[in-house]
Design a protein around this ligand. Sequence first.
Ligand SMILES: [Ca+2]
Ligand SMILES: [Ca+2]
Ligand SMILES: [Ca+2]
Length: 239
Amino acid sequence: MTAKVLSRAALDEADNPSTASTSTDNAVTLDTAVPTAPPAPMLASTSDSGTSGDGITNDAMPTFTGTAEDGTVVRLYDGTEEIGSAVATDGTYTITVTGLSEGTHQIKARATDAAGNRSPASPPTTVTIDRTGPLVSITSFTASGRRLDLQGTGGHQPGDDTTVTIVICAGTGPSGQTPPTFPCANPADTFQRGVPADGTWAASRQLAANTYYFARAEQTDTAGNVVASHIAGPVHTAG
Ligand SMILES: [Ca+2]
Ligand SMILES: [Ca+2]
Ligand SMILES: [Ca+2]
């Protein structure tokens, strides 16, 4: 609704007792309409690392987008804590939030109009911050004749890939005992091993004779964390 009001001076005689005005310049709109609750904020696809669309990300400062009444100030909350704000322009907003701790968060939006009316909270969006990569390692790397035997560990936490990828490369340098840069251009072998519940894996490979080899294992998770083990080796196959 619209109402004509007296100037602030007329309303506050202690400050300005003699300058009351009834000018129509002081017409203001009294906005008592509370904004409707915005829809749930959406995690921006660019902030949803690893598998897209699952709300699991290793980005601790993700960006959210959404819609709200034009011109309102949209605030995002993690529980009761405000984590970012922006003005809705053309009815949309983009907010990059302050750091979120690892774990699951329920993010809600509220919109506040120029008159200070605050909307109810939006439905929540669930986002999981996962910055912990799988625990992958090579624990044993030996040669017997031309056979290489490997043992290692892999992560078995929720979201960890169920396989590790093992890459074996020949050594470099005159003696062949210098470790290559991984991943090497022409791996001697690349293969995968499943990670059972006990978190260990083992493999045997038959490769070329009289060669120094190095190995590295790698594992990812749904958040897109990629962990590479140390480079194991050299081991030398028999001539
Ligand atoms: Ca309003
Ligand atoms: Ca994701
Ligand atoms: Ca993880």
